[in-house]
Design a protein. Structure first.
Ligand code: GLU
Length: 336
């Protein structure tokens, strides 16, 4: 179905400045991997003299906890990573907490629905609930087969009668989506072949990750997104949403993940990787920031620095392009 894009950006955002963001989900303690992403996003924006926004992505009520959000803010400040707008720093784009921005997402959904980009999906709740969080690599479900994409009115009515509340899916047309990643270079994905039509609104009435992030990045005037490369697959979907809503996309940089020695994404099972635990053990922020910078290829191992010390020699192109292992002996050296 042909879909018309509404003109212009309807959101009041400051123009002409570099604006980046760090967008943690308060679902766990901040660990070295999240902290590394925050450090690199901070450096990218601060080196350009831009604004850094902190956005709390707390849309998954089952997993997000306010005390974890408070802990994230405290850990960031301890690491010397400040922000210009966000919790505790009101600005033009407030509120900076996604659970308080539902009206914006609802309005975007209405625009997508009005232009034929979305359809109601009556498929099982278990399937659509997976869309709540950012689909980090390996967490994405199978390709949606398009069950509800083109239902005859009678079938839609029958399914609607058997369903408490439908989800909404975005209609992904076949074909590649390309973008140039500031670190990875040209990227091409076929989101139609990968996950198919994706959920933008969950059956429990909450905006899904892809819609909330695309809308927020535009509404907050974000020009630069730097995040983990496990979210690279999400970028084409967010680009499709931004295009459908007539909004300007940011530039993206996806940085390789930190992993444990087993090669999997860094997590609790890899030992004392939480910033809170390192703080409690008496580790200095300079040691943590220096370690994260060394893992990223920015300084020699063993360097102790605060984020501001890295600004003079910062260049995104220096950041290592391959996943980096956090070893138990490195953690031991930090606490030594
Ligand atoms: N809130 C997401 C996470 O913590 C990150 C989203 C993003 O950077 O786009 O995994």
């Amino acid at each position: 179905m042909a879909a018309a894009a509404p003109p212009g950006n309807p959101y009041p955002t400051p123009g002409g400045r570099v604006r980046g963001r760090f967008a943690p989900s308060p679902t766990g303690l901040m660990h070295l991997g999240n902290a590394r992403t925050a450090l690199l996003a901070w450096l990218q924006v601060r080196a350009a003299g831009g604004d850094l926004l902190l956005r709390m992505e707390d849309l998954d009520p089952a997993r997000c906890r306010p005390e974890l959000a408070a802990g994230l803010l405290s850990d960031l400040s301890w690491l010397g990573l400040d922000w210009d707008e966000g919790p505790g720093r009101p600005g033009l784009c407030a509120p900076y907490v996604q659970s308080l921005r539902a009206d914006l997402y609802r309005e975007a959904l209405a625009r997508l629905a009005a232009t034929g980009h979305t359809y109601r999906c009556y498929c099982s709740r278990a399937e659509v609930t997976r869309a709540a969080g950012a689909p980090h690599a390996g967490e994405e479900g199978p390709r949606y087969p398009g069950t509800c994409r083109a239902l005859a009115p009678a079938d839609a009515a029958a399914r609607a009668a058997a369903c408490r509340q439908p989800a909404w899916r975005f209609r992904v047309e076949p074909g590649p989506v390309t973008f140039t990643d500031l670190l990875l270079g040209p990227c091409t994905f076929d989101p139609g072949a990968r996950g198919g039509d994706f959920v933008v609104w969950r059956a429990d009435g909450v905006a899904a990750y892809q819609l909330a992030v695309a809308v927020d990045d535009a509404a907050m005037g974000i020009t630069h997104v730097l995040r983990g490369d496990d979210l690279t697959d999400s970028t084409p979907r967010q680009l499709l949403l931004l295009r459908a809503l007539g909004l300007t996309p940011p530039q993206y940089a996806h940085v390789p993940l930190l992993t444990g020695p087993d090669g999997s994404r860094l997590s609790k099972r890899h030992g004392s990787v939480a910033i809170a635990g390192l703080r409690q053990a008496g580790v200095r922020p300079e040691a943590v920031v220096g370690y994260l910078a060394a893992l990223s290829g920015l300084v020699p191992p063993g360097t102790r620095v605060m984020p501001g010390d890295l600004l003079d020699n910062w260049s995104l192109s220096q950041v290592r392009r391959h996943a980096t292992v956090v070893r138990p002996e490195d953690l031991a050296a930090l606490t030594a």
